[in-house]
Design a protein. Structure first.
Length: 282
């Protein structure tokens, strides 16, 4: 096994050091992002975002890059960068400011119920599943999500379309009663005049947003921006060309989704399938 490569201490943050090391390794090898993407089975533009420090990628990709370069330290840097959340939080605060101004929102949810459609019980389980969290911070985050729901439900609330991958509805909460309440909440929210909920069946197969949880914000100044995220990082997309590419993919997916009425029937059936005896015992 090759010796551990020394890591430069020029950068101030773990996230920046990780990005710097990824860029240095690729340039030393003399390969393009597209070549690297083909080699590690990843999108070359996503690898570019990682080299610029705007995305971390996941642990599997960090390990794959270690294998490709013959190194052992990239996964270590990734773990350190994951703990260095200051940049991510700053970008997220910026996103939340834009979200509060939005006149319209369009969401594709890849694996979990969107924050604006979550019950408090769902939010607590989800936040705890992400890792250890202080109970005070947990309640603060749950309360913040509740505020976003009120923002959507108010009389002058923005238009909101949520396309849910079927996987979202096939991943229940441990408590049957809480899961039933979450499904019922989706049905209630879908009755609001400004909310549209659609479901994409698993039988649709792979599509252009298969790996991209996405939110579009329609802003009062006429701009549209997008926010894409994983469980570990998020990125605000503002360049028109990139936003348009994502919007085209979203429009294609909307055409593949069930209608709002059909989607409601699917959610209703899943709610009926929750074991009643378990719900009553909780």
């Amino acid at each position: 096994m090759p010796p551990r490569r020394p890591v430069s201490g020029r950068s101030q943050t773990a996230r920046a050091r990780y990005a710097e090391e990824l860029s240095d390794l690729r340039r030393e090898k003399g390969i393009s992002l597209r070549f690297l993407g083909d080699a590690v089975r990843a999108d070359h533009s996503h690898l570019g975002h990682m080299e610029h420090g705007t995305s971390l990628g996941g642990p599997e990709l960090a390990r794959e890059l270690d294998r490709f370069y013959g190194t052992t330290h990239l996964i270590v840097l990734w773990e350190l960068a994951l703990r260095d959340t200051s940049q991510f939080r700053e970008r997220y605060r910026h996103y939340m400011g834009l979200e509060a101004q939005a006149t319209g929102l369009q969401k594709y949810a890849l694996s979990v119920v969107p924050g604006m459609l979550q019950t408090s019980a769902y939010a607590r389980v989800l936040l705890r599943a992400a890792g250890p969290i202080d109970e005070d911070e947990l309640e603060d985050q749950v309360e913040a999500r509740a505020g976003r729901k009120e923002f959507l439900s108010r009389a002058e609330g923005p238009q909101f379309r949520a396309i849910l991958d079927e996987a979202v509805l096939r991943r229940p909460l441990p408590d049957a009663g809480e899961w039933r309440a979450q499904l019922e909440h989706l049905l209630r929210m879908g009755e609001l005049p400004n909310v549209t909920i659609q479901v994409v069946r698993a039988s649709v197969g792979l599509h252009r947003l298969t790996q991209t949880d996405t939110m579009f914000l329609w802003l009062p100044d006429g701009r549209t921006v997008a926010y894409v995220e994983t469980g570990y990082s998020g990125e605000l997309i503002e360049r028109t060309q990139d936003v348009d590419r994502l919007r085209f993919a979203y429009d294609q997916l909307r055409d593949l989704a069930l209608s709002p009425r059909e989607s409601r029937e699917v959610i209703s059936q899943l709610m009926e399938d929750v074991p009643c005896e378990l719900s009553e015992s909780t």
